[in-house]
Each structure stands twice: as structure tokens, then as C-alpha cells.
Design a protein around this ligand. Structure first.
Ligand SMILES: [Zn+2]
Ligand SMILES: [Zn+2]
Length: 145
């Protein structure tokens, strides 16, 4: 399944006129196989042995290209440690307060929040983001000694 998604993503890049370099291919593949919503730093650390000449800035530039084409979403948290999500369908996130892991879950899109917000604030609302916080299953079992 991920091979299929990788091929689709590569087709999208090609269709947008983006050159597929080996590094770009590797960053994309890592993202598609990763369910953890990695940061640019995590991707860099995972790939640096394979691409010794690659810098974090290269990873960041590739992620920016993917974001502009709509292949990934950037989740900013106000502390410059953006996480990248290759699941671009509508979904919400559960975030572990202990290890920082982000897990996707699906729930009917809360569109009424957006229309209410528009009415109350006069904003032209583009999207919304919802997160729940807690302790993931792994951290729960680590804590029960
Ligand atoms: Zn955790
Ligand atoms: Zn997600």
C-alpha cells in the first residue's frame, strides 16, 4: 500500500514539475512510511547515514516543496519544531504528553464550529485543528511497574 502511495506522490511531484532527487525521494519515502508525524530533525537523523552530505536545511526545503504541492501538512506548535503529516485527509490528533507521539483518529469533521466561528467573529475561516492530549498506550504500560 505504501508503495502505491509513494508512486502516487512521485507522480504528483512530476506533474508539478518538481525534480526527483535521490534525497527528495528518500525524504518522501520516510514520511509516507512514518506514522509518527516526524519533525525535520527526526527525518534528518533517520537519513543522515544514507546521505552524509545532506543537511537539515535540505530536509526542510524538501518538506516545504511537498507542503506547497499539498503532499504533506505542516503542524506548527509555536516552538519551531514543526511536525509533518503525510495524511492529508481530514483527521484529528491525539498527542502524548509524555513522549510527544501524535496518533491520527477520524471523527466527522466539525464543520459547524467553522460556520459558528464565522458568524461570531466575521472571519473567513479556512480550516480548524483539534487535538486531544493524554498518555499513549506505550507510555501507560511503561509507567505501571
Ligand atoms: Zn507516549
Ligand atoms: Zn495526522
Amino acid at each position: 500500500m505504501s508503495d502505491h502511495r509513494l508512486q502516487d506522490a512521485i507522480d504528483t511531484l512530476k506533474g508539478s514539475g518538481v525534480r526527483i532527487t535521490p534525497q527528495r525521494h528518500a525524504v518522501l519515502e520516510y514520511l509516507l512510511n512514518s506514522m509518527t508525524h516526524p519533525t525535520a530533525d527526526e527525518i534528518y537523523k533517520a537519513l543522515e547515514s544514507k546521505f552524509p552530505n545532506m543537511s537539515v536545511a535540505t530536509v526542510y526545503n524538501n518538506l516545504r516543496v511537498f507542503r506547497e504541492i499539498g503532499l504533506v501538512r505542516e503542524l506548527t506548535y509555536g516552538d519551531s519544531s514543526s511536525r509533518f503529516d503525510c495524511n492529508t485527509s481530514d483527521h484529528y490528533h491525539a498527542i502524548c504528553e509524555s513522549c510527544g507521539k501524535i496518533v491520527d483518529f477520524h471523527y466527522p469533521s466539525l464543520n459547524e464550529v467553522e460556520s459558528l466561528a464565522e458568524q461570531v467573529t466575521g472571519f473567513n475561516v479556512s480550516h480548524h485543528r483539534m487535538e486531544v492530549y493524554g498518555t499513549c498506550t506505550e507510555c501507560q504500560s511503561n509507567n505501571t511497574h
